[in-house]
Design a protein around this ligand. Structure first.
Ligand SMILES: [Zn+2]
Length: 234
């Protein structure tokens, strides 16, 4: 019976195909954004929007101080301009001025606190940006490696497919049928080579007479222990 060596080559190729297909699937799953990258980007965006909101708040307060300064100047002008003489009115203007100044003082304190917070937030933003850039460039390098390994694996898979169809075409249908059936039962290993007098599938020794017959290649022998098709390689 011809073809045992070919059958063994077929099994080697099919086992490699399964391995390559599994690695390909893993590599494909690793493509795309990672949680780490998404988290680093969200942190950066959070810091950016926090700082920008604080800047707007401080700018608004500064505008409000400017408005109060205008009002205070107008009040002072009326108070000291000599046009207003009524003591009651003067008293009320003085009270207005005092309240404007108090309000301005409190706004200036808030602005000062805002500026201090801005410094802290700017430092945090710088750190978040550095972290994002580091994570992103590592991610980019990894994606490049993955793409290269995907290309290699796809090429190898195509080679194996071609080799497998060539080997299958060269084998008798009855032998292939037996092989496929045994493979289904034996985890894709339907053929076992005899090595050192043992079946490599189950490590049980094969009688010398059977080894001779297998070597002669006239008849199909299956391991009496595991049922795999026996062959002699090399
Ligand atoms: Zn066996």
């Amino acid at each position: 019976m011809p073809g045992l060596q070919t059958l063994y080559q077929l099994q080697v190729a099919e086992l490699e195909r399964a391995d390559v297909a599994r690695r390909l699937e893993e590599a494909e799953k690793s493509l795309g954004e990672t949680d780490d990258l998404r988290r680093a980007r969200a942190d950066l965006q959070g810091e950016e929007s926090g700082l920008s909101a604080l800047r707007t708040r401080v700018r608004d307060l500064e505008l409000e101080v400017k408005g109060l300064n205008g009002k205070a100047a107008a009040t002072e002008k009326r108070l000291y301009g000599g046009e207003v003489r009524s003591p009651k009115e003067l008293e009320s203007l003085q009270a207005d001025l005092a309240s404007l100044r108090t309000r301005r003082g409190s706004l200036e304190d808030t602005i000062l606190a805002g500026l201090t917070e801005m410094d802290e937030r700017e430092a945090r933003l710088r750190r978040a940006r550095e972290r994002y850039e580091a994570v992103h460039s590592a991610w980019e390098a990894r994606q490049g490696e993955l793409q290269a390994s995907l290309a290699t694996l796809r090429r190898r898979l195509a080679e194996l497919e071609e080799q497998i169809s060539r080997l299958r075409a060269a084998l008798p249908a009855s032998l292939l049928e037996l092989y496929d059936e045994t493979c289904r039962k034996k985890g894709g290993r339907g053929v076992a080579a005899i090595r050192g007098g043992l079946c490599e599938g189950c490590r049980v020794s094969v009688p010398t007479g059977i080894i001779q017959q297998v070597r002669g290649g006239e008849q199909i022998h299956r391991c009496t222990s595991c049922g795999r098709i026996l062959c002699v390689v090399g």
